[in-house]
Design a protein around this ligand. Structure first.
Ligand SMILES: Cc1cc2nc3c(=O)[nH]c(=O)nc-3n(C[C@H](O)[C@H](O)[C@H](O)COP(=O)(O)OP(=O)(O)OC[C@H]3O[C@@H](n4cnc5c(N)ncnc54)[C@H](O)[C@@H]3O)c2cc1C
Length: 427
């Protein structure tokens, strides 16, 4: 297995080279970071007639956004009743709909601008790996009910028709979900933005922001409206903001092409986006060229501070899938890669102004393509003053996070984020 992001190497999108920034410029709006969040912020602003510059450290989609498995699901993980208790009915409704609005933003772009990014309508199948996990499926069923999503419960007999693997005890299938090649999406967004007049500089790392000026190695960009959408924000960039996010490590593997017969033996009733009930859940779906994309993570490496180049975690999941579907036991998996998903302590993103300079907004910890699309767009709407509800209780940087302050100072980011996530999972 080759350690390489197959989404990059297989991308069919042709984009122009955007040279690095080597001069001092100024602009009406400046976006730092060309992931889904930054690209969506730029699109909203340029569509409203603003002059926009985007600075990207590597290439657009060069980090999480271009490494992802491309699952697009509008389901909200937030329980509506809890949201109402915390934020009141009106805001709870907006917050609950964020994942779904984020998916719509992405799908609308793909359809409107005819992006070629392997968009696939793939219903979701959530699979219980053992009887004692069935309650998780029943909980997900309640979410479907709450969101008025039609669903079907599948017992072992019912599963045979959709996904006849060995050993699953219960399944829940529902529509409204899609898969995309997220790297191709980012590159298509980049092309579109350039056509609309956005100036994009790739290979351009912003070292820090001084007043309203983003400083790079060979130049600078000045603006009264700055949106920072970068990942792995470090203390050299900004000490205080760097404390607010950590990451979770996850791995993806991609198979060689399956024959139609092999694919049909796994998905006899059409392709599906599957994931299971393990804490560090495994997930898989078919992608372009009849290949299978498999994703996995492990509690042992989830909080590892750097990119981890082992193929052990994803291989374990691939082997477990092959045990469930012996008909694909001889399929090779050609590529694998790891990725670090930025995440806050309560797992909801942050979109907020810098306390010392209100012309700078930070968008951080968007764990999901749809969340990133929404948050980038939301930050841009705040600049435009358009339909922007005040979501500071939910997205604000100063909301209360567990295991922060002195605790984080003594025990470090890794431990404090681990404990905080554990607390979130258990409550
Ligand atoms: C392996 C993996 C699988 C995933 N699968 C899914 C999935 O199936 N579905 C889903 O919804 N989500 C998935 N995610 C999560 C999703 O990809 C992210 O939540 C989302 O892409 C975050 O987007 P973003 O724009 O906030 O951040 P990023 O995509 O990380 O963008 C940040 C950008 O900022 C740039 N940057 C960083 N520092 C600087 C600097 N100093 N100057 C200039 N630029 C800088 C980076 O190069 C990067 O391009 C997955 C993530 C990973 C890693």
């Amino acid at each position: 297995m080759l350690y390489k992001n197959w989404l990059y190497t297989s991308s069919i999108i042709k984009t122009s080279n955007c040279p690095a920034l080597k001069e001092n410029i100024s602009t009406e709006c400046l976006i730092i970071g060309g992931g889904i969040a930054g690209l969506h912020a730029a699109l909203r602003l340029v569509n409203e007639g603003k002059k926009v510059v985007l600075l990207e450290k590597t290439i657009c989609g060069g980090s999480s956004s271009g490494q992802s498995a491309g699952f697009l699901t509008p389901q909200s993980e937030e329980d509506m009743s809890k949201l109402i208790a915390k934020h009141g009915k009106d805001k709870a409704k907006i917050i609950h709909q964020i994942p779904s609005v984020g998916v719509d933003l992405i799908l609308n772009n793909i359809k409107k601008y005819k992006f070629d990014c392997d968009l696939r309508k793939q219903d979701s199948l959530y699979l219980s790996i053992k009887k004692s996990h069935d309650y998780k499926i029943l909980e997900e069923k309640e979410t479907c009910k709450e969101m008025n999503v039609p669903y079907k419960m599948l017992n072992q007999n019912g599963l045979k028709k959709y996904h006849p693997g060995k050993g699953y005890s219960l399944g829940l299938i529902y529509p409204g979900t899609h898969g995309i090649n997220s790297f191709a999406y980012c590159q298509a967004m980049k092309n579109l933005l350039m056509k609309k007049g956005v100036k994009i500089y790739e290979g351009t790392e912003v070292k820090k922001i001084e007043k309203n000026k983003a400083i790079t190695h060979l130049g600078s960009a000045e603006s009264k409206n700055i949106i920072v959408c970068i990942d792995k924000l470090n203390a050299e960039f900004d000490k205080s903001w760097s404390k607010k996010c950590y990451h979770i490590q996850t791995y993806i593997g991609i198979s060689e092409p399956l024959s139609d017969k092999e694919m049909k033996s796994v998905f006899p009733n059409g392709e599906l986006m599957c994931w299971d009930t393990k804490w560090d859940y495994a997930y898989y779906r078919p992608v372009i060229g009849n290949r299978l994309l498999v994703g996995a993570s492990s509690p042992w490496t989830a909080y590892y501070p750097k990119y981890h180049f082992t193929n052990k975690v994803v291989l374990k999941e691939i082997n477990s899938l092959k045990e469930k579907f012996p008909q694909i036991k001889n399929i090779n998996f050609s590529h694998y890669w790891s990725g670090l998903i930025d995440i806050t302590k309560d797992m909801s993103p942050i979109v907020d102004y810098d306390e010392n300079n209100k012309s700078i907004q930070f968008v951080m910890g968007c764990a999901g393509l749809n969340w990133a699309a929404y948050c980038g767009d939301y930050a841009a709407r705040r600049i435009l003053n358009k339909n922007t509800p005040d979501l500071s209780e939910f997205l604000g940087a100063n909301r209360k996070f567990s295991f922060s302050g002195i605790f984080q100072l003594i025990f470090g980011k890794r431990i404090s984020f681990m404990l905080s996530h554990l607390k979130e999972l258990l409550t």
